[in-house]
Design a protein around this ligand. Structure first.
Ligand code: SF4
Length: 312
């Protein structure tokens, strides 16, 4: 399938236009933890959280950022994933959860690597400050800089239910302040959180359009073993119609609907995620490969002669 034929705004193509070559993100772990699941904070963390699910194997036991970048490049080279541009992706945990001087050391170490042209920083919308944003704005004059915010849902009721620890207004503020500094913004959402119906999910797309992130990631709800959510799922399965009743075809239909309501200026980076199977209790997608899922979504869009945003 040629990328120019895709009926949606594909992140890979958008980044190729933006940066002038094929981009490879290298996931690294800065070991900054998360203020929301920190024992000292006592806030308990999101009910769905299982930190190890987000750490690629090449990140483990790699103490420095430089070594992790080298290991990640070797990992992708060994799989013949050719890239023109490498971006360090601070993925695991909350990557603004440290004093500014420590953050400067970490980000600078990544940007000083000869093969790194930019950084993408994953964080929570309530763990960002003007001081950090001002610093990143300075960096953005010479490097590609993006912040990827975990928003998860636009519904305050849902955010409370999963003990997210912030409301949707916090995400709106963080994104507005980031965009005001011309720093790229990514937004991450989970589809199928407790009590959310398909209609409610589709209604949230209008709020995503208002946020105007540069790119979005959608993940299906995966219920991880030994989490608070796993216990809730076992005690109250009726709260999880999505995890219990959706199959791959249902998910494709939901994603097609989301794409048709999504502003075409917003690039889509992910339709779903793949955590290691031994960690997962329940996921509507079972074991489908992500490229197979993408093919199904594209084929369905083409069958319907639909494109991103055609239902706006
Ligand atoms: S913000 Fe992320 S790392 Fe922190 S508790 Fe929630 S899911 Fe876990």
């Amino acid at each position: 399938m040629h990328l120019s034929e895709l009926p949606y705004n594909d992140y890979g193509s958008a980044m190729r236009c933006r940066l002038g070559g094929r981009v490879q993100k290298l996931a690294i772990d800065a070991h900054l933890g998360c203020p929301h699941r920190d024992i000292k904070s006592g806030s308990g963390g999101c009910t769905f959280c299982l930190g190890e699910a987000f750490t690629p194997s090449y990140c483990t036991n790699q103490p420095s950022i430089t070594e992790q970048i080298n290991a990640a490049i070797s990992f992708h080279d060994s799989r013949r994933r050719r890239a023109d541009i490498h971006l360090a992706y601070f993925q695991a945990g909350t990557n603004t959860n440290a004093p500014i001087e420590r953050l400067k050391e970490l980000y600078t170490e990544a940007l000083n690597h000869p093969k790194i042209e930019g950084i993408i920083i994953g964080t929570r919308p309530d763990c960002i400050s003007s001081e950090i944003l001002d610093y990143l704005e300075d960096l953005s004059h010479n490097h590609y800089i993006a912040i990827e915010y975990g928003i998860e849902s636009c519904s305050d009721e849902t955010l409370r239910h999963v003990n997210r620890g912030h409301d949707f207004a916090t995400a709106q503020r963080a994104i507005a302040e980031t965009k005001a500094r011309s720093i790229d913004v990514g937004a991450h959402f989970i589809l199928g959180l407790p009590n959310e119906t398909k209609a409610q999910i589709i209604n949230q797309v209008a709020l995503i359009n208002e946020l105007q992130p540069n790119f979005v990631k959608f993940h299906q709800l995966q219920i991880y073993r030994n989490t608070v959510m796993a216990r809730e799922w076992q005690a109250h399965p009726e709260r999880f119609p999505f995890a219990n009743n959706f199959d791959t075809d249902d998910y494709v239909e939901l994603m097609v609907d989301i794409i048709r309501h999504l502003d075409p200026s917003i690039a889509i980076e992910r339709f779903a995620s793949q955590a290691p199977r031994h960690l997962i209790l329940s996921s509507p997608l079972g074991g489908i490969r992500m490229d197979a899922l993408r093919t199904k979504i594209v084929e369905r869009l083409k069958t319907l002669q639909a494109t991103q945003g055609d239902r706006l």
